[in-house]
Structure formats: C-alpha cells, structure tokens
Ligand binder design. Structure first.
Ligand code: NI
Length: 140
C-alpha cells in the first residue's frame, strides 16, 4: 500500500467555487477524490501520447449522411484494411439521412490515429471524435 501524502493547493476563490460546483454536479464527495481523478486522467493521457507504440484502446464515433456518394462503401473499405485494429463496430441509423458508427479499436496509438484520421477525413463525414484510453497500468 503506497503512502498517502497530503499537500496544499493555492487557488483563487472563483476558480475553486467553480471546481466545487462541478464536483458536486459530478457527485464527488470531496476535493481529494476529484483531484485524484484529474491527475489520473492526465497521466493516462500521457501514457498513450508518450508511447506511440504502446498498446492502447480507443473509441471512435462518426456521423455521416449515407446518401453521400459511396461513403458507406469507403468507410467499410478502410475498416476492412485495418482488421487487426478493429475490435467492434456498431452502426445506428439515426434518422432518414444520418448514420452513427461507433468503432472500438485496440493497437498502437499511432496506428489507431492513422486509421481514425482516414475515417474522419472521408468526404461526407460530418463529425468524427476519437477517445483514447489505456488500462492505466502503472497507475494505482
Ligand atoms: Ni445507417
């Protein structure tokens, strides 16, 4: 069990009030919990941005109009070229025009970024967003 250390943080009152309001909205019982999560998030992000070849997992969502020329075939084609990275794809027909696809990927952050950049920049994609995460191994 690692030793717990207390430390003081200096903040202006306005910033602290906003932080407290956000934390209560998110359901944190105290500031320590909230700060611990902030630090963990930062370290997890550093873990996958710091090592481009380390294994990581990502969730990519994209919205597109399937009436656009060949877009479905193009997105499908790109995914078939990256079989080793793609764990799962879920397709939702949002409305008459729009489709939502949620793709779960596993592999190096460099390769995940490459394929999701290709998908996101495909003509007709309205919005693409990648969330990268890691197991946080090395963090408590
Ligand atoms: Ni659809």
């Amino acid at each position: 069990m690692p030793e717990i250390i207390r430390f003081g943080v200096s903040l202006d009152t306005q910033l602290l009030e906003k932080f407290d309001a956000l934390n209560s909205e998110k359901g944190y019982k105290n500031r320590s919990e909230a700060i611990r999560d902030l630090i963990r998030n930062e370290l997890v992000e550093q873990e996958w941005t710091g090592d481009e070849n380390g294994e990581t997992v990502g969730v990519f969502s994209l919205v597109y109009d399937h009436h656009r020329n060949e877009i479905s075939q193009e997105l499908n084609h790109i995914q078939h070229e990256s079989l080793e990275l793609i764990v799962s794809t879920t397709h939702v027909h949002v409305d008459f025009h729009n489709c939502l696809e949620v793709i779960i990927l596993r592999g190096s952050s460099r390769k995940i970024r490459e394929v999701t950049n290709r998908l996101g920049s495909t003509r007709g994609v309205k919005h693409g967003k990648l969330i990268m995460t890691s197991t946080g191994s090395g963090l408590k």
